[in-house]
Design a protein around this ligand. Structure first.
Ligand code: MRU
Length: 365
């Protein structure tokens, strides 16, 4: 069952429909998603009443973006528990729905751990514990988002004290992917509210157009001055001196500081280095994966050829049957990253020691 909402021309920054919500009976139990495949045309709710439906929504990118995948994974475990399903099997299925964003496994583990710990008290108590943990993951992400915005804004001020930032971003990192206002886009939004944003350059982000469809949608609703560009146009923008900083999110940060993010991020880092422009990654600590030693160890999701050879799965833009290379992410080595902004503070220079130190500090500073 899907519920459709008209998209207003202008208005608040965040979509009318929350990117994800939990529904109790009688509407649920269900995880209710804003179907991101339908944006920007319409805000449609997608009701996932069981784990296979949620896994399908994750794989088709109806719900997407690293922090939100963590939240979805946690609520998915709560859903399995509320339904009386096999929770460990559901957790396994959810954790492996997509391979790169480490937050997905993080959220699943948190809720599954809470369920296991409470299982001695009976199924209802264990289900309640899983749901409470999912709500905690959700709330913590909102809090982390607000903290990242503050740290990121301070960093922008250091990089360019007079304001007037012209920021280039890639993919989508706003309220659509978060319990709060997002990661990189939350920083941009904070700069905008302060009157310090001159322009947001929005990479369209081929092949699935998360930039053109989603970031432009959020930027427009927030009243930001923004411009969409084809990914290949970024080079000439740097050459013209039109970019002061690149701000992106991350799907997984390895222990050595390498950053996996939407494919097309690494070329931006190379361009930024060539042109002497700061390349800043904004991500919660739940995106840092100390168990992944090096960037080369990060599993990069390969997606269907049709995403490249067709537009929206319908309009062919290559000969029928053309083979396609379609990695969903690429990996930027730490030496190309100027700074990583987290809720606990900023790591710069980016290296194994700096990252480990930040992760070992208490919850937030
Ligand atoms: O394939 P997607 O749309 O899930 O990819 C999302 C990204 O690459 C984002 O940039 C990343 O998750 C950071 S979101 C805060």
């Amino acid at each position: 069952m899907a519920e459709r909402h008209e998209v207003p021309e202008t208005g608040a920054a965040a979509p009318v429909v929350p990117s994800l919500r939990w529904a109790d009976p009688p509407e649920g139990p269900a995880v209710v998603l804003l179907d991101q495949t339908r944006l920007p045309a319409e805000e449609t709710e997608l009701i996932c009443a069981d784990v296979p439906q949620l896994v399908r929504a994750i794989r088709t990118l109806a719900v997407r973006g690293a922090p939100l995948l963590g939240i979805a994974g946690a609520y998915g475990v709560a859903l399995a528990a509320a339904r009386g399903d096999d929770v460990p099997a559901a957790a396994e299925e959810l954790a492996h729905a997509r391979p790169t964003a480490v937050n997905l496994g993080y959220g699943v583990r948190r809720a599954a751990g809470a369920h296991r710990a409470a299982s001695g008290a009976g199924p209802a108590a264990a289900a309640a514990a899983a749901l409470a943990e999912a709500r905690a993951v959700h709330a913590e992400d909102a809090e982390a988002s607000a903290r990242m915005a503050r740290h990121g804004l301070a960093l922008l001020g250091e990089l360019r004290p007079g304001g007037g930032h012209r920021i280039l971003t890639h993919c989508n990192t706003g309220a659509l992917v978060s319990g709060g206002e997002g990661t990189a886009l939350a920083v941009v939004l904070a700069a905008h509210r302060q009157g310090a944003l001159r322009r947001l350059w929005v990479d369209e982000t081929r092949p699935l157009l998360q930039g053109a469809r989603l970031t432009a949608y959020e930027a427009g609703r927030a009243g930001m001055p923004y411009t969409v560009l084809a990914d290949g146009a970024a080079g000439s923008l740097f050459a013209a001196g039109e970019v002061d900083a690149v701000l992106i999110g991350a799907d997984r940060i390895a222990a050595d500081g390498s950053v996996a993010n939407k494919v097309g991020s690494y070329p931006l880092a190379v361009l930024a280095r060539h042109h002497g422009v700061p390349f800043v990654v904004v991500a919660p600590l739940s995106t840092v994966d100390p168990a992944t030693e090096r960037g080369a160890d990060i599993a990069v999701e390969q997606r269907p050829a049709g995403e490249v050879t067709e537009i929206s799965g319908t309009l062919p833009v290559a000969p029928a049957g053309a083979p396609a290379y379609n990695p969903a992410f690429d990996v930027t080595p730490a030496e190309l990253v100027t700074a990583i902004v987290t809720e606990a503070g900023v790591v710069s220079p980016v290296n194994r020691d700096g990252l480990a130190k930040l992760c070992s500090t208490s919850r937030w500073s």
